[in-house]
Ligand binder design. Structure first.
Ligand code: SIN
Ligand code: FE2
Length: 226
């Protein structure tokens, strides 16, 4: 039998991998939400600003304190940028690669991050750091907690662009079972408050071609770092 849009069994099989309705809000914790398609109406303003930032602070593969080169390529913008090298993880005011301050956070980035935070019931979110992660096929981010920020209550606002990825949203111990949440172009995940220290990660990216971003996934995470 051919797959058929009207076949409920086939629809059910694909329910987890098909983009969901823009505007849908899925609660994944007491203070954690997936905002489906939230960034889509902003992208005509956001993507050119992203290009300008990446021109000033290009993607690079950083080395962890343990000596491993990350499969995800990174950059940052805002007053503070996240870096890692053999001496540890930290936020810095300057891009170690250029010696210059990190590019300023474009207004459209800040406005979108604040709007998403508000939608997830976090008022007065004032991010001072935006990490930019690029995943190509096979790149992954193993389960970790975001704990280099000054505020461990203020939310993380995490935006997905390009190819879909499988996000893992876990508990407060690395070994806790995690939810698997497919994330698509334009989706935003927000977690803070009691859920702020949850382990999270991204499974290896599947190869593909996104009509707007090509063979990659770009993730922006906004934080109160300093
Ligand atoms: C991160 O945890 O910094 C990245 C999460 C993601 O790529 O969705
Ligand atoms: Fe993270």
């Amino acid at each position: 039998m051919m797959p058929n849009d009207h076949n409920p069994i086939i629809l059910d099989l694909f329910a987890d991998v098909m983009p969901t309705t823009p505007g849908e809000v899925k609660q994944i914790g007491e203070q954690a939400f997936v905002l489906r398609g939230f960034a889509l109406p902003w992208l005509d303003r956001l993507l050119p600003a992203l290009e300008t930032v990446l021109h000033a602070a290009p993607f690079r593969h950083m080395v962890t304190p343990g000596g491993f080169t990350m499969s995800v390529a990174l950059s940052s913008c805002g007053a503070l940028g996240w870096t890692t090298d053999r001496s540890g993880y930290r936020y810095t005011a300057h891009d170690p690669q250029t010696g210059l301050p990190w590019p300023a956070m474009p207004a459209v980035f800040r406005e979108l991050a604040q709007a998403a935070a508000r939608q997830a019931h976090f008022e007065n979110f004032e991010p001072d750091a935006c990490l930019i992660n690029r995943y190509v096929a096979g790149a992954r981010m193993s389960l970790h907690q975001d704990k280099n920020e000054r505020s461990l209550i203020a939310p993380i606002v995490s935006m997905s662009l390009g190819l879909p990825a499988m996000f893992q949203f876990g508990g407060f111990e690395r070994s806790d079972k995690s939810q698997r949440i497919p994330l698509f172009h334009g989706d935003i995940v927000v977690w803070g408050g009691v859920d702020r220290m949850r382990y999270h990660g991204v499974l290896p990216l599947k190869p593909g071609q996104h009509p707007r971003l090509g063979a990659q996934r770009i993730n922006l995470t906004f934080r109160c770092a300093g």
